[in-house]
Design a protein around this ligand. Structure first.
Ligand code: C2O
Length: 345
């Protein structure tokens, strides 16, 4: 039997890491580096209500008020509580800058630009969503989805640019606030008319979701295994719109277009979570387009794992195989049109 090459972090040794080539950052949970015991992941009770993630532009005042309240509670929790907003944001920093080594190895763990991209972010926002819900006592709470791939969703959703709400964030490019349309393949501003930007975006979605993603590795990213080095080849959607929208949101006044523009700082912007719900939804759409025939079956991927604190402050070890059925995870996506499916360039 071949030795297992599953990837997982060694949480006992957190260290400073490069947030961009010229910037050493420290996102370890200072004072709490040594984690206590963990439990294995368990699915939520199948009788608990389904959390339905809805497009952000359709959410009503009650929802926004509730989420706003939860986020302010999260921001006010003490730093020693892993549900604290900065601690949540730093999870992304930790696993995206190589602040932890892999188990039994001195190679840093890095979840971007590999096949861990989709499952790792699913895990992160799964726990985040349940923590948010528990802070306001709502076990139906579901994250909003920034559906930037449909015409109605191509601007930053309104509540994220409302200065009186916790979703507002100053480290952004203000010239990209509504009514500016998102450029899903953003490199620099190209000043297209709204109609041209819309068409360009839909055609681009077609190539990233369909024509450019007909093989597993093209969509999922490269095979990343323990003791084989970092593979560094992202899937289509991870490269763009995922990376490009990070850049598009981040502030033009910061050297790395922080906060969203760099992974060490990205999750400090509340829009990160709505952006990633859409990424997570599009993973499901791609799987559905291929009737799950292109799903990865490699046990090294299925058994790769990470650890997160849950809403009850328990440290949970969760494997990629645990996050492949979202119904079992207790959430779903409201049906969203796929206008780009017809947009073969
Ligand atoms: Cu880990 Cu949107 O990035």
């Amino acid at each position: 039997k071949a030795a297992s090459k599953v990837i997982g972090p060694n949480l006992t040794a957190c260290h400073p890491s490069y947030g961009r080539p010229d910037l050493l950052v420290y996102c370890c949970p200072a004072g709490f580096e040594t984690p206590g015991p963990f439990v294995d992941f368990q699915f939520p009770d199948p009788k608990s209500p389904l959390r339905v993630r809805r497009p952000a532009h359709l959410l009503d005042e009650n929802y926004i008020a509730k989420y706003n309240k939860a986020l302010s509670i999260m921001k006010s929790l003490p730093y020693d509580d892993p549900r604290n907003f900065v601690r949540q944001a730093n999870l992304h920093c930790l696993f995206c800058t190589g602040a932890y080594e892999q188990q039994n190895s001195d190679t840093p763990l890095n979840i971007h630009r590999t096949w861990l991209f989709f499952p790792w972010h699913r895990m992160m926002i799964y726990f985040h969503e349940r923590i948010i819900g528990s802070l306001v006592g709502d076990d139906t709470f579901a994250l909003p989805v920034w559906t930037w791939d449909i015409p109605e969703g191509m601007m930053i959703p309104d509540f994220y640019v409302n200065r009186s709400l916790t979703f507002f964030h100053s480290e952004r490019d203000f010239s990209h606030f509504p009514p500016q349309m998102a450029d899903l393949n953003y490199v620099s501003d190209r000043n297209l008319s709204p109609e041209d930007q819309l068409d360009t975006n839909l055609a681009f979605m077609y190539s990233q979701m369909v024509s450019g993603a007909r093989k597993t590795e093209l969509f999922m990213g490269c095979t990343y295994k323990a003791n084989e080095g970092y593979c560094n080849a992202p899937g289509t959607v991870e490269s763009a719109p995922h990376n490009t929208l990070h850049t598009w949101i981040g502030s033009n006044l910061n050297p790395g277009r922080e906060d969203m523009g760099k992974f060490y700082s990205a999750a400090k912007d509340p829009i990160f979570y709505a952006h990633h719900s859409n990424i997570d939804r599009l993973w499901e759409v791609w799987r559905e387009i291929h009737n799950h025939q292109l799903d990865i079956k490699d046990p090294d991927w299925l058994d790769s794992f990470c650890l997160f604190y849950d809403e009850n402050l328990k440290l949970v070890k969760i494997k990629v195989r645990d996050v492949l059925d979202i119904t079992k995870l207790g959430y779903s996506y409201e049906e969203v049109d796929r206008p780009w499916l017809e947009k073969r360039p």
